[in-house]
Design a protein around this ligand. Structure first.
Ligand code: NAX
Ligand code: ADP
Ligand code: K
Length: 518
């Protein structure tokens, strides 16, 4: 069994699931006030590591406000100068009691945000996961004003105004510099649209019994954060001592055109970094010398080309057919002129990754429904634009990326990876993996091609192992973004071009012990 910390770091819950978990704890007779005391005590300890001693505390009507008041009281007793902003007249009972006690201690309390004296930082306890409707009127105005202030804002549980599941802004929202997520990771922390409000995210673990989490999640498809622990189970390491190149996977890449020659190189370098045993690359004939010069170890298959320099049809070497490969990755740089090769690619009985023009051709041909008939696994790796072309009837993925990718996987029967700041992966059964850490340094042409090659290489190597394909795709996404993070640390966010990224993939693996691998 995994240790508790590893379990907690992986799990992601919706507001409803969090409420059910809490409900079980309270039903087992843990007093609500005692839990609030415990949780807020942990927050107060964490806050004491922050620089500054003059603190403004924003108090909402529910238990998020109650948490904030306990923090206020603890900081007051530790010698901090504390001021409260409490604009609501109706408070939940426990919150109301904490407010009365804080006031009895002489902690000043204001109803108007402008009355708050100048402080070193603010603590946001306006709303937590109980926010159910858009914030309006004077509270909305106050939040907009607070967002203009220069002080750091530390949000309790979630920035007030952010929807706990979709991450959307409900009316308006606090722009936090730091957010302490309580107990279990909530879904909003993994939704792109919430990231600029959350700031730096940190989990405060308050010992929720794992049995309660299991009981609530039950058999429903899980939403999981990808962690080094996940990756460890999937990476093709260590290699068995006795093996040979074909046992370590044979990947066929189908990519490139005269117009987009570089895409083929980047895809191939991503595949190379995966450690795949044998790499074959089908490109238009005229690109063969270029590919050979960059990847001397690969078998370059020059294919007849169209007038525009796209692959006209696949011409595999003698005695080779699609079933000679353990996986195929197809798409980067093909152009739509390569459309005629598609029926053969789709009908192959080999694990298939489709990206870039592979997805655009699929969208144009309207062949999503035929994917379900494939005899082998399919992985689709769209960015938002490709996603919308492929799945036009799924609601805007920017509004709820996790729901969108889940629907796409069900619709297509494929494993779908929706690229973004928090890349999300879904399988046809509705299970989700989300990459919790990345860097905007990757927002750069060609970095997606590297990912395609990397995932293709991992799939080929896993061909004879019983590893769920979504775990392999998750490992690829994690590895790719960790390489971006490492490269950005050494070279700044501006120094991570796609070629450089390929050079950092190996470094990530060699540094795994320091990333919590052990
Ligand atoms: N019971 C406890 O002691 C614990 C409390 N926790 C804290 O409790 C929070 C959840 O508490 P609650 O369920 O009380 O919910 P919240 O404190 O998040 O807010 C709910 C309150 O806001 C009101 N409200 C909702 N939307 C509004 C809007 N747009 N405008 C004005 N009022 C609005 C509701 O009527 C309700 O009174 C968590 O986020 C966390 O901070 C938990 O983390 C840990 C355990
Ligand atoms: N803001 C961001 N933060 C983290 N990762 C990002 C961000 N923007 C893009 N990425 C990642 O960069 C890659 C871009 O891929 P893609 O859009 O296909 O680029 P290309 O087609 O040029 O190769 C994806 O893996 C995506 O998740
Ligand atoms: K909050």
């Amino acid at each position: 069994m995994q240790d508790r910390q590893a379990q907690v770091s992986q799990v992601v819950v919706t507001a409803r699931q969090m409420r059910d978990v809490e409900g079980r704890i309270f039903a087992a007779r843990m007093p609500v006030a005692a839990l609030m005391e415990k949780v807020a005590g942990l927050i107060a300890l964490r806050v004491q590591q922050v620089e500054g001693s003059r603190v403004g505390i924003l108090v909402g009507p529910g238990h998020n406000g109650g948490d904030a008041l306990v923090v206020a009281r603890e900081l007051y007793f530790r010698g901090y100068v504390v001021w409260l902003y409490s604009p609501f007249s109706q408070l939940k009972e426990l919150t109301s009691q904490h407010l009365q006690y804080a006031q009895s201690l002489g902690i000043p309390c204001y109803h108007d945000v402008e009355q708050l004296p100048d402080c070193d930082f603010l603590i946001d306890g306006l709303f937590g996961f109980g926010l159910e409707r858009p914030i309006t009127d004077h509270i909305a105005l106050a939040i907009n004003q607070l967002n203009q202030w220069k002080q750091p804002i530390l949000s309790i549980d979630i920035p007030s105004g952010i929807h706990t599941d979709t991450g959307e802004v409900l009316g308006t929202a606090i722009r936090a510099t730091h957010t302490f997520c309580l107990g279990l990771w909530k879904l909003a922390f993994l939704q792109d649209q919430a990231l600029e409000y959350i700031g730096k995210a940190e989990l405060i673990d308050f010992d929720i019994p794992w049995a309660d989490v299991e009981a609530v999640l039950g058999d429903t498809p899980r939403i999981k954060r990808i962690t080094p622990g996940t990756v460890k189970l999937t990476l093709p390491l260590p290699r068995p001592p006795v093996t040979h190149k074909y046992k370590e996977g044979h990947l066929l890449l189908i990519c490139g055109s005269r117009r987009y020659a570089g895409g083929a190189i980047l895809t191939a370098l991503g595949a190379r970094a995966s450690g795949v045993g044998m790499l074959s690359i089908a490109v238009p004939e005229s690109l063969k010398p270029l590919l050979v010069s960059h990847l001397p170890e690969a078998l370059i298959i020059g294919c007849p080309e169209t007038e525009t320099g796209a692959i006209a049809h696949l011409q595999l070497p003698q005695k080779t057919d699609m079933s000679s490969f353990n996986a195929i990755a197809c798409g980067p740089g093909l152009t739509l002129d390569a459309t005629p090769i598609f029926p053969e690619v789709i009908s192959s009985e080999v694990s298939l990754v489709l990206d870039a023009d592979g997805l655009n051709i699929l969208a144009q041909m309207g062949t999503i429904p035929t994917l379900k008939k494939r005899q082998a696994l399919t992985v689709l790796t769209p960015h938002t634009g490709e996603f919308q072309r492929l799945f036009p009837d799924i609601a805007d993925p920017k509004q709820d990326r996790v729901k969108a990718v889940q629907e796409a996987a069900v619709q297509s029967g494929a494993v779908v990876l929706l690229k973004g700041a928090r890349t999300a992966i879904a399988n046809a059964q509705g299970a989700i993996w989300i990459n919790p850490e990345s860097t905007p340094a990757l927002a750069r042409g060609g970095s997606g091609d590297v990912l395609t090659g990397l995932i293709g290489g991992l799939l080929a190597q896993a061909a004879t192992k019983e590893i769920p394909v979504e775990d392999i795709v998750a490992t690829g996404a994690w590895w790719h973004s960790q390489a971006g993070i490492l490269a950005a640390q050494e070279r700044t966010e501006l120094g991570v071009d796609a070629f450089t990224l390929t050079q950092y993939l190996m470094k990530v693996i060699s540094q795994l012990p320091t990333l919590g691998w052990g």
